[in-house]
Design a protein around this ligand. Structure first.
Ligand code: ZN
Length: 138
C-alpha cells in the first residue's frame, strides 16, 4: 500500500484488545505501520503484550530516537539500567543510545514511533498551511 496515487493511506488494525493474539506479517502482537501506510519519515509500531509478557531483549538504535506512547494498561520500562512503572498516557522519549526494554504488568498496548534523531526541521505550527478548502461539516 506504499503508493496508491493518493495523498493518504489507511490501514485498520482492528481492536487493540485483540492485537495481542493477532499475527500480522509474521509478528504476534506487533504491527509495523511503515510499509502498510507507506511512511517515509518515521516508523510506527503498535504493540500489544499480555500481562507478564516482555520484550525478550534490551536494545538500542544506531540513528533513531523512539517515542513510546502507552495507550492502555501498565508495565515496567527499563532504560540504561533504570526501571520505572508506566501506564496509560505516559510518553517516553528514548535517545538512540538508550538501552531499553519493556514488560507488561497488566495487558499493555503501546505505540512506538521511530524517527531519525535530529531530523525534525519544523512542526505543526510552522509546517501546517490552512487552506480555503471546505469539508462536508464546514
Ligand atoms: Zn527500537
Amino acid at each position: 500500500m506504499a503508493d496508491n496515487g493518493k495523498n493518504f493511506s489507511v490501514y485498520n488494525l482492528g481492536s487493540f484488545k485483540e492485537l495481542a493474539d493477532k499475527e500480522i506479517d509474521g509478528a504476534k502482537g506487533r504491527v509495523m505501520l511503515g510499509h502498510l501506510l507507506g511512511l517515509t519519515g518515521c516508523e510506527i509500531s503498535i504493540n500489544s503484550r499480555k500481562a507478564g509478557e516482555a520484550v525478550p531483549f534490551v536494545h538500542h538504535h544506531k540513528m533513531n530516537e523512539e517515542v513510546y506512547m502507552i495507550l492502555s494498561g501498565s508495565g515496567i520500562f527499563h532504560i540504561d539500567g533504570e526501571e520505572f512503572p508506566v501506564g496509560e498516557g505516559d510518553m517516553i522519549r528514548v535517545a538512540p543510545a538508550g538501552m531499553r526494554s519493556i514488560k507488561a504488568v497488566e495487558p499493555l498496548v503501546y505505540a512506538c514511533i521511530q524517527a531519525h534523531d535530529g531530523s525534525l526541521a519544523q512542526a505543526t505550527m510552522l509546517d501546517g498551511v490552512i487552506t480555503k478548502d471546505k469539508t462536508s461539516w464546514m
